[in-house]
Write a protein that binds this ligand. Sequence first.
Ligand SMILES: [Zn+2]
Length: 166
Amino acid sequence: MSTRSIIARQVGDGWTGRYHHSDGYPTGVGNALLAHIRGHFAGDVRAAMAYLIDQHPAGWQSIVGANLRLAPGFGGGFRFNVHRPQCYCHGDRDEEEDTRTQDNLSQYWDIDFLYVIAEDSRMLTAFALDHDWGDDPINDTPLATTLRFLRQIDIRTNDTFTEGKQ
Ligand SMILES: [Zn+2]
């Protein structure tokens, strides 16, 4: 499902991140981030962000349901809905860096959710992007896009996002 999101590292008062194409809602990408950081990365938030942000500059098709022990790349490796992490810079795709920041919010008309991860405090904060399309049906970009806080989760706990309590 193409619910698009951004996975970002907190940088000062802002953030820098990557596009993620599928399952962007909190029980999708949000819980996948928590599970991968707590599991595969054993709580090492910096290592997780180096992987998710620095090592895959073109962004992600999907990390949801992915086995992070498998080499990341686009295509291949699907079996019983477990797959390698699908990025846009390795494997069958070789795309350029795609950096998303708070300064370009008005351009993100196709993004529904944002996850900002603070490496120092080890907090994950989820936001929804609200797009104001105005009354004109031919607008192809929103009049305004604003962030709406959903929930902050301490990565050191076992909290997760649940349906209806975002
Ligand atoms: Zn990659």
